[in-house]
Design a protein around this ligand. Structure first.
Ligand code: COS
Length: 388
């Protein structure tokens, strides 16, 4: 455990109260303005939420995976925009440095990411490289002790807010697949780096994404995560980062599901039809019970996988199982939540309408359900046949 149990309990309790008192009441405003008010960003920073999983030695809270998922269960109860704001600094934006970075990279960037002074972003996806991430086309051409980056990254979470990008680019153009890719740390404001217009998304308003365009962006070879020795090793960094990220997203799905269930139950107890609250109707009860059981199952899978990860085990398969199950689960729960609300569930006055759109993304980003299936089955075959 990174925190003693009393400190952890206090932190989670404070987070729970903050989510209920400050974040949930601000959800409609965030959705309307497609942005998070500056005063809330400041409060989120003060609570240390940008650095939850960054090691204490570098200014973070140093939560273990088991602890981080507990925090994500709580944070996931509010609009995903809030989680997204801090998600890249705790997850895909910072973990590459934490897992594979040099001591100098950690010392330089992690304290600023932990405090929220810098926002990090993970730039892997491209217009023609989504699920097949290894086919990315962004190039990094060596020029003496530097590299020159060219390419376009797409749907990059937090790009409009980011100060630091982890850019995956092909350093070996002779290789088409994953083995010719390196991970570079590129700061916003670098000459030749620009952003596309913020994307207009189906949901998750307030979580900002855009293209990142690289035109002859020059970086030193020391910008490779892990230093020049890790040239062409960047895809492995991406996969390790995603293993952890998928577990985190799974926990956020559980948080959202628990919120949807709570809202649905409250509505069903209040709403009367045929002379009684609809919560007394067995067909409504069946939906509530299915949702509760499925959310509980996902919670248990995630807690167990997080424990295994903290114990040093390879959890690629389990993390993919969690991501697949939890993201599909919250989709079903959101659908039932709208159904339980009836006509009201289709109206913007009720949070379930917004969550129904928001949670759709969980089945897509950080690896689609189909990619999780592919990973799980591929690992099963390898385990059975003993193939490396
Ligand atoms: N941890 C460490 N190393 C890993 C790894 C992991 N979890 N997964 C793969 N690797 C290594 C492999 O061992 C392999 O190394 P060698 O070349 O030394 O054998 C290398 O990385 C390439 O892996 P693989 O052969 O599995 O690459 P593929 O091109 O077949 O890609 C998938 C595999 C499809 C799983 C990958 O492209 C993927 O995850 N796609 C989805 C991308 C995604 O999630 N995008 C979301 C964007 S971020 S929001």
């Amino acid at each position: 455990m990174a925190l003693d149990s009393e400190t952890l309990a206090q932190f989670l309790d404070t987070l729970d109260r903050f989510v209920k008192a400050r974040l949930i009441p601000a959800e409609d405003r965030v959705a309307d303005e497609d942005d998070i008010p500056a005063e809330l960003v400041a409060e989120i920073r003060e609570m240390g939420l940008f650095g939850m999983s960054i090691p204490e030695a570098h200014g973070g809270l140093g939560l273990s995976m088991a602890e981080e998922v507990q925090a994500a269960f709580i944070l996931g109860q509010a609009s995903p925009a809030f989680r997204s704001l801090v998600g890249t600094n705790n997850g895909i934006g910072a973990q590459g440095i934490i897992i594979d970075g040099t001591e100098a990279q950690k010392a330089h960037y992690l304290p600023k990411l932990a405090s929220g002074e810098m926002i990090a972003s993970f730039a892997l996806t491209e217009p023609d490289a989504g699920s097949d991430a290894g086919s990315l086309r962004t190039t990094a051409r060596r020029d003496g002790g530097d590299f020159i980056l060219n390419g376009t990254k797409r749907y990059i979470t937090n790009a409009p807010r980011a100060d630091l990008f982890t850019v995956f680019a092909r350093t070996n153009t002779a290789v088409k697949g994953a083995s010719g890719v390196s991970a570079f740390l590129v700061e916003a404001g670098s000459s030749g780096l620009s952003l596309g217009r913020p994307d207009r998304k189906m949901g998750q308003k307030g979580s900002l994404t855009s293209d990142v365009i690289l035109e002859d962006v020059r970086v030193p070879e020391s910008a490779i995560i892990g230093g020049p020795a890790r040239e062409n090793q960047g895809f492995k960094t991406a996969m390790k980062v995603l293993d952890r990220g998928r577990l985190h997203i799974s926990a956020v799905c559980v948080g959202a599901a628990e919120r949807l269930i709570r809202d649905s139950l409250a509505f069903a107890l209040d709403r009367r039809q045929f002379g009684e609250p609809i919560a007394e109707k067995q067909l409504i009860q069946a939906m509530l019970a299915d949702s509760r059981a499925e959310a509980f199952a996902a919670r248990c899978m995630i807690e167990e996988t997080a424990r295994r990860k903290d114990a040093g085990r390879n959890v690629s398969t389990e993390a993919a199982c969690c991501k697949m199950y939890a993201s599909e689960m919250v989709g079903r729960v959101a659908d039932r939540a709208v159904q339980i609300h009836g006509g009201a569930g289709y109206m913007q006055e009720y949070a379930v309408e917004r969550f129904y759109r928001d949670v759709r993304l969980f089945r897509i980003y950080e690896g689609t359900t189909q990619i999780q299936q592919l990973l799980i089955a591929r690992n099963m075959i390898r385990e059975m046949t003993g193939a490396a």
